[in-house]
Design a protein around this ligand. Structure first.
Ligand code: ADP
Ligand code: PHD
Length: 559
């Protein structure tokens, strides 16, 4: 099976479909139909059969000890907020080099807001008409940022000029076609990471530190073909380990890898892992190489007690379990990609969230278990603009199959449900409109859901709601709920739905959008700012509570 992978990667005859598609999209836009696909991005295609064979490779087969053998010790991932300018690139290079005892694999996102700008440029291209595509404002912003960065770092503009030309051609192609498919969207946003990693790698080489740039889709990141939200396939781990290991043995150089990107196993096209997906790239490499630690460098002091944009008094949480971090991300804390904890948990590799603007701050360490003795509430997460459905069966009590029917409707319509609370004849659940494709479709899709559900139930659609998720030590759930409801009552807020996830680290409360921010601030003050923890500690001491260790699956180990 390893042979299948090697053949797929090394066969010079295997010219990728992606390469051809890039060529044709750009050729549409080029006078004379000349191909402008950039050479470095013409992928070698892994045949469907080879990829299928590769996916059956045993978990971690090639990964065991690969990192150690090659000398790699950590992954260091830097997000767009850490890479917003030439000055930031310098700072990040200095940071990477300030750990001479480490041999890192570096994962980078696109510079600053480049991904957003690429998406906006793509949307504008759909309606602006081909002659205007070159004048799209966001294209100018992207060009200016990358060329200025190259200039200020004293690098050669040819590192990005080919990409910038191709980007313009691509936007012209989109403008001519008047459509931006999910597949083209992924290809479009890939330019951000492809450019940032090339700039950074060139800069490290200029500083005398040997570095080698990798596009994740060439490195072995094999994904499903779910464009804009692809899943990483198992074959990725041995493929990535083998390639990084092999290259290091041949010619040691720090790998600089594009975050966020992969290659669809059937289409061979560029895929993306969902917004913020570079965190997942980092943890995947960490597991593939069996590294000591995965570092995720952000613009905040770690995972905070709440979103600092909602409440400035948020402080860093020193320790989290993988389950807590995953729940936090899933319920809307933008700091980590929701899927990114999975490889780290499977590989048993600690994730450290650090601040690239304040490198000496201790950050947050995420591990499988942690000491929960002093832990009550860990973090408060707010997800706004969600839709709630109250669904009451039209049949009598005792009717079986009601829940199954309700969920099969959501399955048929491809809509995911966030939180659920049920009784035998009724069910309340929340939907996240941001997971649906475009603004216009949201209302249509919701109308359709309601129409289908009304065949079996009475349905109330409640929009403009928020989920406040209380992530914490569920062994203290009564205490958390007592305190939370006290605060909400004092603020005159009525909770419309309560749900406790099976992971047992999260209690979700649904309130009106208009009250949500004020609720989060009041809850934060009550739990984190007014000596609540010391009060509880004193009470616990009086009761001589036994110390409790809770593992990530919620199992309790009393000492
Ligand atoms: N609970 C939280 N803890 C930390 N940051 C949070 C939290 N909730 C939301 N954020 C936001 O997430 C941002 C960091 O994530 P992100 O922008 O993806 O960083 P990067 O681009 O560097 O990967 C912070 O600047 C902050 O505004
Ligand atoms: N650039 C991609 C991927 C990513 O992970 O970005 P960041 O690390 O800046 O959140 C995005 O904006 O979604």
């Amino acid at each position: 099976m390893a042979t299948a992978l090697r053949l797929a990667r090394d066969s010079p005859a295997a010219v990728s479909k992606l390469g051809r598609e890039r060529a044709s999209l750009c050729a549409i836009a080029r006078p004379g139909g000349q191909c402008c696909a950039r050479r470095g991005l013409v992928l070698r295609c892994q045949s469907g059969a080879a990829a299928a064979a590769a996916t059956t490779i045993r978990k971690g087969e090639a990964a065991d000890g690969a990192g150690a053998a090659a000398g790699f010790t950590v992954v260091m991932k830097f997000g767009g907020s850490s890479l917003a300018s030439a000055a930031r690139m310098r700072e990040v290079a200095d940071l990477v080099l300030s750990f001479p005892e480490e041999t890192p694999v570096v994962v980078l996102s696109a510079m600053g807001k480049t991904t957003n700008n690429l998406l906006l440029a793509g949307e504008k291209a759909v309606s602006c008409g081909a002659p205007k595509a070159s004048e799209i404002y966001e294209l100018a912003v992207i060009k200016e940022l990358h060329l200025r960065t190259i200039d200020e770092l004293g690098l050669d503009s040819s590192i990005v000029s080919g990409f910038l030309d191709e980007l313009e051609q691509l936007l012209k192609g989109v403008a001519m076609m008047k459509e931006l498919t999910l597949r083209t969207r992924d290809y479009l946003v890939s330019f951000g990471e492809c450019m940032s990693t090339r700039i950074f790698s060139a800069y490290l080489n200029k500083l005398g530190k040997k570095a080698r740039q990798y596009d994740a889709f060439d490195l072995g990141f094999i994904t499903t073909d779910d464009f804009t939200n692809a899943d990483i396939l198992e074959a990725t781990y041995p493929a990535v380990a083998k390639r990084l290991h092999g290259d290091w043995i041949d010619d040691p150089a720090i790998p600089i890898v594009t975050g966020f990107l992969g290659k669809g196993w059937k289409s061979c096209a560029v895929t993306t892992l969902g917004r913020g997906g570079s965190d997942l790239t980092a943890t995947t490499i960490g597991k593939a190489l069996g590294l000591r630690e995965i570092q995720v460098w952000k613009d905040v002091d770690g995972v905070l007690t709440c979103d600092p944009n909602i409440y400035a008094n948020a402080v860093a949480v020193p320790y989290l379990t993988f389950d807590e971090a995953a729940e936090l991300a899933y319920f809307g804390a933008q700091v980590l990609h929701p899927q990114s904890m999975r490889p780290a948990r499977e590989g048993g590799i600690p994730v450290r969230v650090k601040n690239s603007y304040n490198r000496h701050a201790p950050g947050t360490v995420i591990t499988k278990t942690r000491d929960m003795r002093k832990s009550i509430l860990t973090s408060i997460v707010l997800k706004s603009n969600i839709t709630m459905l109250d669904i009451v069966s039209t049949r009598m009590l005792g009717q079986y199959g009601f829940l199954a029917k309700v969920f099969s409707i959501f399955e048929d319509l491809g809509i995911s449900v966030d939180s659920v609370a049920t009784s035998e004849v009724s069910i309340s659940l929340t939907l996240d409109p941001s997971k649906l494709w475009s603004r216009e479709l949201i209302q249509q899709e919701l109308d359709h859901v309601v129409e289908e559900l009304e065949k079996i139930a009475v349905v109330h659609l409640l929009q403009h709601r928020s989920i406040i998720s209380l992530i914490g030590n569920v062994q203290r759930s009564s205490l958390i709920l007592e305190k939370a409801f006290n605060v909400l009552r004092r603020n005159g807020v009525n909770v419309q739905m309560i749900s406790q996830g099976a992971s047992k680290v999260n209690i979700s409360l649904v309130v009106n959008d208009s009250e949500a921010k004020q609720c989060v601030q009041a809850l934060h003050s009550a739990f984190f700012e007014n000596g609540f923890l010391s009060e509880v500690e004193e009470a616990d001491l009086a009761q001589k509570r036994a110390p409790v260790l809770v593992s990530s699956n919620g199992a309790i180990n009393g000492n």
